[in-house]
Design a protein around this ligand. Structure first.
Ligand code: ADP
Ligand code: MG
Length: 396
């Protein structure tokens, strides 16, 4: 990574403002954390800062309070869980800026941790107001951004504040940018992209950018239907985006021109509804799919073909489930891809919120080289976009 990291600055005895993404899910209707994975992912940087003798002020958004305090989106439960995971008490203050926060910050001793309130309680956060960014900055002497998952947003706590303090990347941020950056910049070849998800329109920029870089592109999920229509196939009642058919035909033409192997499903699982317990069967795509039936997953032949391609890859990057994985048995295609990646000897990288969720729920996350913690941010990264939260950090 060409940005300075927490290892490039002296934080001993200094107060550090650490932006993390601890936007954890709660059990429905409660403030009980149902998955603390995001907090755990932030521990290495916090441990490092504490060991270095820094005073650590942690800042994270939680949900979408839209510029005003929302009781259920206070950071207290997150601060408590962080304290449990660190094995040390963690202070929490019900504001982000102001005299009360300054008082708490001044009381910190080296190694101690203070969690700020949810910055999205302030409209200035999402507006990236310089006054708010400056007030946040005034709490500390160094800014560390470890919130890769929020780095695609130019908010006061993710971008603005970096203009008022020496700003460096945390260890998670460094890892995300390094691993995803290597996929785009100097991948071990062949580089294979696996793309799925519901719609072509969500993934146009990813398809477009990766097409210039990859050796093979394997397409499944709901968006395969639009590609199949562009090839003149009938896809029954599958979700098709008629206004994207021409674009997918153009992508296929560019793939041919560039010598990129573009693989579409050759068989699919079709269902009467995308719901549990519905009637379903596997059909080849060259026989017309009947009206009333929609593609719910790639078929077993396609899964085998995709898996064989993945097995030979030097690098695989995967975004988008291959089927409606939330509704078994339409999770089988996604599971087959996860298994193929797990046994692939090359570098395997998973990006995208739903894809990471699928891989985790299947218990395959630790079999991958890297599962990105950044849903939308990882997508924008794969689109080749510059993430404002990364761009604002000091260059090496
Ligand atoms: P990510 O968040 O990883 O970028 P997406 O949000 O684009 O992924 O795609 C995830 C969604 O795509 C899932 O909710 C899944 O049910 C849906 N999906 C996958 N295949 C199909 C299909 N054949 N028909 C409809 N939806 C699908
Ligand atoms: Mg998604």
């Amino acid at each position: 990574m060409n940005k300075k990291t927490v290892r490039d600055v002296d934080v001993k005895g200094k107060t550090v403002l650490l932006r993390v993404d601890f936007n954890v899910p709660f059990e429905k209707g409660t403030t009980r954390i149902s998955d603390d994975g995001r907090i755990r992912a932030g521990l290495p940087t916090i441990d490092y800062l504490r060991q270095q003798g820094a005073k650590v002020i942690v800042c994270s958004h939680l949900g979408r309070p839209r510029g005003k305090p929302v009781e259920e989106l206070r950071m207290r439960p997150v601060a408590e869980r962080l304290g449990e995971l660190l094995g040390t008490p963690v202070a929490y203050v019900r504001e982000c800026v102001g005299p009360e926060v300054v008082r708490h910050a001044r009381q910190l001793e080296p190694g101690q941790v203070l969690v700020l309130e949810n910055p999205r309680f302030y409209p200035e956060e999402e507006q990236n107001a310089p006054s708010f960014a400056k007030e946040l900055a005034s709490l500390a002497q160094v800014y560390v951004n470890d919130a890769f998952a929020a780095a695609h947003r130019a908010h006061a706590s993710t971008e603005g504040v970096a203009h008022y303090l020496p700003a460096v990347a945390g260890l998670l941020m460094e890892k995300e940018v390094d691993v995803l950056g290597r996929v785009l910049e100097k991948p071990k070849r062949p580089l294979v992209a696996v793309l799925g998800g519901a719609k072509v329109s969500d993934k146009i920029a990813v398809l477009d950018h990766l097409l210039e870089l990859v050796d093979a592109m394997l397409v499944g999920g709901g968006m395969a239907a639009t590609f199949l229509v562009a090839q003149g196939r009938s896809v029954g009642s599958s979700l098709v985006e008629p206004e994207r058919v021409a674009l997918t035909a153009e992508l296929a033409r560019r793939a041919r021109e560039r010598g990129v192997e573009l693989l579409l499903p050759r068989d699919v699982v079709v269902a009467e509804r995308l719901e549990p317990g519905t009637r379903h069967c596997t059909v080849p795509v060259d026989g017309a799919i009947e009206d009333g039936w929609a593609i719910a997953d790639i078929g077993p032949q396609t899964a085998d073909q995709f898996a064989a391609r993945i097995a030979q890859a030097g690098t695989v990057v995967w975004n988008g489930p291959l089927g409606v994985f939330e509704v078994p048995p339409f999770d089988q295609g996604t599971l087959a891809i996860a298994r193929a990646m797990a046994t692939c000897k090359g570098t395997t990288v998973v990006g995208g919120g739903s894809t990471a969720e699928a891989v985790e729920s299947m218990g395959m996350a630790d079999k991958m080289t890297h599962v990105s913690t950044g849903g939308g941010a990882s997508l924008e990264f794969l689109e080749g976009k510059v993430l404002p939260g990364v761009a604002a950090l000091l260059d090496k």
